[in-house]
Design a protein around this ligand. Structure first.
Ligand code: DLL
Length: 437
């Protein structure tokens, strides 16, 4: 039997004009639903002087007020609820590393819609009924495990609900049960690849063929690295708890941007300083409006993720708009000695120069000036090099970083395996400058 190319073909390949018409219809209804059921958002609309009757279609989207993370903190836990609590069947939550956790609630329809998006992502990388999908994202409050697990069930693949951690068992199951698709964070995929090599397996000895990696920024260089160590094609997947979880957008066989599930989520790019919508192709902050969600339907939610959208046709046949890999969140951006630096820029130089994605950035402050240190693991085969050679390598890597960033860090090459591995989202920056609270 021929493999299926799409999970919901009619929607995924719908002509753009039709998608826009559908979005307009849904938007009008959704604004009314939110205005009637969420007093907090009704107040925001009233303050802006906009009523549901003013919204006739997506061309009026810009009239609506934004929702920001601070609004979600203020309304914690149930202030954004748009249906009776008795209609909700699940909550999920963000990790809350930067303040109060955000709680997202779901009706059964919301869960179905979210799992459909994850199923689309799985089918887009070639998953089918015959596949064995190993889900090594964390389960529990984090949306990664639950979302991909549900999507894999919908596709009809055999699902291995591994969750993250216990790396040896992960690899044993992967081999014994013949996993063909791996779902986890890119940093954990890199760690699994490294551990597999240590166990003496070469990529051709494992049946894995594809990976769906997301939940954190990762570079094209890291993609190539993971593809080589695991012998697979590595695909990107994006999402956030506030909008549902993974599957808001996903890569297809072209590996050239992630298709946003536009029938459910309306995307905009805005200028993060002024809030003005930007034309297609310009870089800015990604903003989402949920068109179908019932319990937690955020309108114009500012993600803080910086990226670009494109409507250029994709040869996979999907018509949904694509977003580029987010280069990082505006709040991940470090300002070091006045220069804007994203960790992803550093990662890309390291891998190009032959190092791995095991690195740590440390920022400090001495005499009112920023210190900028990058710790990078030496590849095992270079560990025995002389001090002179290692010092020369540190200097040359620092120079490559200076060329990319415009400012030069102090590079420290450290022995293999001395930088902590991550089983979930990697924490690569330690900022001890205490510039903020
Ligand atoms: O990370 C949902 C998810 C799970 C996505 C599994 C993909 C796979 P949160 O914990 O709420 O949700 O974090 C959302 O993570 O705003 C981005 O800054 C970042 N992020 C998610 N996917 C990507 C990606 C999940 N593919 C935040 N590339 C988002 C870069 C990503 N950043």
């Amino acid at each position: 039997m021929e493999k299926r190319k799409y999970y919901q073909q009619a929607i995924e390949t719908m002509p753009v004009e039709e998608i826009k018409r559908l979005q307009s219809e849904k938007l009008v209804k959704q604004v009314k639903h939110v205005y009637e059921h969420v007093p907090y958002y009704r107040d925001l609309m009233d303050k802006k002087g906009v009523k549901p009757e003013d919204i006739h279609g997506i061309e009026d989207l810009h009239k609506l007020p934004f929702i920001e993370k601070s609004d979600l903190r203020e309304t914690y836990p149930y202030g954004m609820l748009a249906v009776p609590l008795s209609e909700c069947v699940r909550i999920q939550s963000t990790s809350g590393t930067t303040g109060r956790r955000v709680i997202a609630y779901y009706t059964q329809k919301d869960i179905d819609l979210w799992e459909d998006c994850c199923a689309r992502a799985l089918v887009a990388v070639g998953a089918d009924k015959d596949d064995v999908v190993q889900v090594s994202y964390g389960y529990g409050l984090f949306t990664g495990g639950a979302g991909l697990n549900g999507g894999s069930h919908k596709v009809g693949s055999l699902t291995l609900p591994m969750s993250s951690g216990n790396t040896e068992r992960q690899l044993q199951f992967m081999i014994d049960l013949g996993a063909t698709v791996l779902c986890c964070t890119p940093s954990y995929a890199a760690y699994l690849g490294e551990s597999l090599k240590e166990m003496g397996y070469t990529p051709d000895k494992i049946p894995l063929k594809a990976g769906i990696f997301g939940a954190e920024p990762w570079t094209q260089e890291m993609r190539r690295d993971i593809e080589a160590t695991l012998g697979i094609k590595a695909y990107d997947i994006y999402g956030l708890t506030e909008i549902s979880g993974p599957g808001v957008s996903y890569e297809c066989s072209e590996q050239n941007g992630m298709h946003i599930c536009e029938d459910h989520f309306l995307a905009e790019i805005i200028n993060p300083e002024t809030g003005e919508p930007l034309p297609e192709g310009e870089k800015g902050e990604l903003v989402f409006t949920c068109l179908d969600k019932e319990a937690f339907p955020l309108l114009r939610y500012r993600t803080r993720d910086i990226c670009v959208l494109t409507r250029k046709p994709c040869s996979c046949g999907r018509t949904h708009i694509r977003m580029a890999k987010p280069m990082g969140r505006s709040d991940d951006m470090m300002i070091i000695r006045g220069v804007n630096v994203f960790p992803s820029q550093i990662e890309s130089v390291l891998i190009t120069e032959g190092f791995t994605s095991n690195y740590e950035i440390r920022l400090g402050r001495v005499n009112n000036s920023d210190t900028f240190d990058v710790y990078v693991e030496l590849p095992p085969e270079q560990f025995d090099d002389s001090v002179k050679t290692i010092t020369a390598k540190e200097k040359s890597l620092a120079a490559a970083l200076r060329t990319m960033l415009g400012i030069g860090p102090t590079v420290h090459l450290v022995p293999p395996k001395t930088i902590a591995r991550s089983e979930g989202k990697a924490k690569r920056v330690i900022d001890e400058r205490k510039l903020h609270d």
